[in-house]
Design a protein around this ligand. Sequence first.
Ligand code: CTP
Length: 398
Amino acid sequence: MLKGKTIILGVTGSIAAYKAVDIASQLTQAGAKVDVIMTKAATEFVTPLTFQAITGRPVVTEMFESGSEFNVEHVSLAEAAKVIVIAPATANIIAKLAAGIADDMLCCTVLASKVPVIVAPAMDVNMYQNPITQDNLAKLKARNFITVGPASGRLASGKEGLGRLADTNDIIGTIRQVLGRGGDLAEKHIVVTAGGTQELIDPIRCITNRSSGKMGYALAEAARDRGARVTLITAPTSLTKPIGVEMVNVRTAQEMYQAVRDLVPQADALIMAAAVADYRPLSAAGDKIKKEGNRLTLELERTADILGSIKGEFISVGFAAESSNLVENAKQKLQQKELDLIVANDITVADSGFGSDNNQVTIIDQEGKIDSLPLLPKRELADRILDRVVEFLSGKGS
Ligand code: CTP
């Protein structure tokens, strides 16, 4: 989605300016044309040459530069861009934008532009919390500027608090989300589940599985980037929260069941990528179980089948992890659970499925159409699955 898109990256004079180099690099690697505009103060922290080398494009620093490829630069820059992101944004640039001041190239470009502007503040905690800065930010938000961060943590001043530049992933996630507005899932609400549930044996032990949650998180991000409102119901994972996605944290199959039941009545699609425990201990011990003897028997009971029992007007997509008779077993689950689609993966394939960044799957629909996909990165696969969901939502599915 970033391929070929022109993005203006405004860099202002904060110690966090060096982090903008990584943002420029990641955007460029993803295929975007990144035009960097630096304020004079920003050049005190990082040289324009650094950005030029990273983006392979001229970097604008001066209002009245000659010999540049742009004509009436701030206007032509503003027209070419799909989005402007200012990261880091100082209290100074925020104040100037709020007041409509146009005394440097970055301010002029923002004023001359009609595209979405993302502002990622970075400054001292007191400067950030100062009512003047807060008022200015509120003014910008009221004018549809999008803000991301700041994060909390150790600041350059040595103090702890709000003021750190948002994480690069969050800034790039916000750019993707903004570019995806009006995509083929716009105005749709997609509920995705992810991760392996944990069924308590005692206060510190549980039964779980090796699901990393990566497939569900990839689906949530991909749906967000196609314009959807996304709710991610997640069992514990080590993954970072995707920005722009509503999170519901659960632990057990029963908690996941309740969360899905509460959320799907208003949803357009439910994608159950979570590895839900089929059995849980009959009762969790209140105290830690002490070891005694050579054997311990745990009595287990079935959990509720979430996909199989929660029905409604939404498109339902299930997953089937199989080690044999892939298509046959998956078809059976599709019928039993009355799904629209099932995504089946063979857990014996190397570098695929559980824990991996890749997955090789076969998608089967209600009409028996079987689509065997090659090994793909989970993020790419997420889009292939969503292509099918879009077909169903537009009535073109079977
Ligand atoms: N699922 C569910 N509720 C459960 C268990 C699983 O909604 N209690 C969902 C999973 O999220 C997945 C699909 O159902 O989308 C998997 O189906 P399931 O029959 O549970 O698969 P397995 O656990 O692999 O079943 P089996 O052990 O019978 O192969």
